[in-house]
Design a protein around this ligand. Structure first.
Ligand code: FES
Length: 107
């Protein structure tokens, strides 16, 4: 299997109701993951790029959290409607979507 040009990790961590750390799943991260899967299909990205659901990757209360490697860019509060922009601008276009980047005090 060739190494992907970029690898997107979507946090889909679940925690029980009332857990002090919260979780990305309480912010509907599953819908964000579904949107990435759809976008990868629509843009025919599977040969060169990869997207994976992950456990907790950091800032749980600003989820859903998404990290793109190799750049190590963290996006927070990602909504399904943001996914097309991330795919077209960052994954395909190599430009960071600044409006969604986690500030340094978050990650
Ligand atoms: S639960 Fe998603 S970043 Fe912690």
């Amino acid at each position: 299997m060739p190494r992907p040009k970029k690898h997107v990790f979507v946090c889909t961590q679940q925690r029980p109701e009332g857990h002090p750390r919260g979780s990305c799943s309480q912010f509907s991260s599953g819908d964000v993951m579904e949107a990435f899967l759809m976008a990868f299909q629509q843009h025919d990205l599977w040969n060169d790029y990869k997207v994976s659901a992950s456990g907790c990757i950091g800032p749980c209360f600003t989820g859903p959290s998404v990290v793109v490697y190799p750049e190590g860019v963290m996006y927070i509060k990602v909504k399904p409607e943001d996914v097309t922009e991330i795919v077209e601008t960052h994954i395909k276009g190599d430009q960071v979507v600044e409006r969604l980047v986690a500030p340094e005090d978050v990650w």
